[in-house]
Design a protein around this ligand. Structure first.
Ligand code: PLP
Length: 381
């Protein structure tokens, strides 16, 4: 199998699994208990909190809340704001993940993006006003891989007294995230996108006074996660997540550069294969995704329905995605592709290829051959 859907989820690293195993077999205590096995589990959670804090460049592990993943971290930010007089609106980009854009916040202003998926700076500035208390812009988009100028947005927000959140789920592991340098008040990350286990993530909160746990939708024990999230901790998951973060800390740009290079090579191999078949004019790179830094390549093949393509490639043991994972059961064309100017038909002809360090150049060449051969066969038929 050639797995090219790493924006959807990733393979768990061997070192990560090894770190988790004791917490499934021997060290299964509840971190909330006083006896030794429980206290050792608590120490493991504390260690992981330190690893995640170091990964994000946070000042203190207490700024990290463990969650069930990126979705919950994103939801949390929007669910718990104390009301501040006159600050009634939030500002989000038009290409946020569903876990933000589907919240349907009543006073929500949308920042438009350009044809590459980057926020339009003038539009952002124009929409900034005294009623805004929170802006949220994702670091790297999950469908087209666009990277937003988070540091510039963060500085602007801080200067204007607006809280700033970034969904860093897809940037994590490929781009260095330093919450202080980026002027972030909140940041969301997810373990299973960085070779950690599923069902665990984190929310960075710069200053806990910014969020009122009493307003949050999750009611439970007051003792876990500093009162911000009740429920017994997912100890093995948290331990694995911490290890995945530790492995990547300081290596993000090297990993990101390597993956970007692989992606660009694959794009040029695809182009030369399509050219060989006289099909180059039907192959397109959506939103210049091959150019952007990181793992995501979003391509369009005119007249070839993405779902058909995904199933045909699956039959040849190549995994890619029609749109983002969360949309692959929907018939609706991707909202993100439409936001960057694609028509419904163009969006339906688009597939997402996303890489990880586990991919080799050989398998990417093979996948590029299989994709071109499949399209050639379809066009012949
Ligand atoms: N944010 C982005 C940008 C994502 O790509 C995803 C998952 O695809 C999420 C949030 C949700 O993360 P999780 O699957 O951990 O809930």
């Amino acid at each position: 199998m050639i797995y090219l859907d790493n924006a959807s989820t990733t393979k768990v690293g061997t070192d990560v699994v090894n770190e988790m195993l004791p917490y499934l077999f021997e060290e299964y205590g509840n971190p909330g208990t006083l006896y030794d096995i429980g206290q050792r589990a608590k120490e493991a959670v504390d260690k992981a909190r330190n690893q995640v804090a170091a990964f994000l460049g946070a000042d203190s592990p207490e700024q990290i809340i463990f969650t069930s993943g990126g979705t919950e971290s994103n939801n949390m930010v929007f669910s718990a704001f104390p009301t501040i007089p006159r600050k009634t609106h939030i500002l989000v980009s038009s290409i946020e993940h569903d876990s933000i854009s589907n919240i349907g916040f009543p006073n929500q202003n949308i920042i438009n993006v350009d044809e590459n998926g980057k926020i339009i700076w003038d539009d952002f500035v124009q929409r900034m006003n005294r009623s805004i208390y929170l802006a949220s812009v994702m670091f790297a988009n999950n469908e087209i891989g666009t990277i937003n100028p988070i540091e510039k947005i963060g500085e602007y927000c801080r200067e204007h007294g607006v809280l700033f959140h970034s969904d860093c789920v897809q940037a994590a592991g490929c781009i260095k995230i330093n919450v202080n340098e980026l002027c972030l008040d909140f940041a969301s990350i997810s373990s299973h996108k960085i070779h950690g286990p599923k069902g665990v993530g984190a929310l960075y909160i710069r200053n806990k006074n910014l969020i009122n746990p009493k307003l949050m939708w999750r009611v439970g024990g007051k003792h876990q996660e500093f009162g911000y999230r009740g429920g017994t901790e997912n100890v093995p998951g948290i331990v694995g997540f911490g290890k995945a973060c530790e492995i990547l800390t300081g290596n993000e740009m090297r990993v990101g550069s390597k993956i970007t290079l692989l992606k660009r090579k694959m794009w040029s191999k695809l182009r030369s294969n399509f050219s060989k078949y006289g099909l180059l004019e039907i192959l397109h790179d959506n939103a210049n995704s091959a150019e952007s830094f990181g793992k995501i390549l979003n391509i369009r093949i005119d007249g070839v329905d993405a779902e058909t393509m995904v199933l045909m490639l699956n039959a040849k043991h190549v995994c890619v995605s029609a749109g983002s994972a969360c949309r692959s059961h929907e018939q609706q064309p991707s909202r993100v592709l439409k936001a960057v100017g694609l028509t419904d038909d163009q969006a339906r002809d688009s597939i997402r290829i996303s890489l990880s360090l586990f991919n080799t150049e050989e398998e990417l060449n093979e996948a590029a051959d299989i994709i071109a051969d499949t399209v050639y066969t379809l066009k012949q038929g």
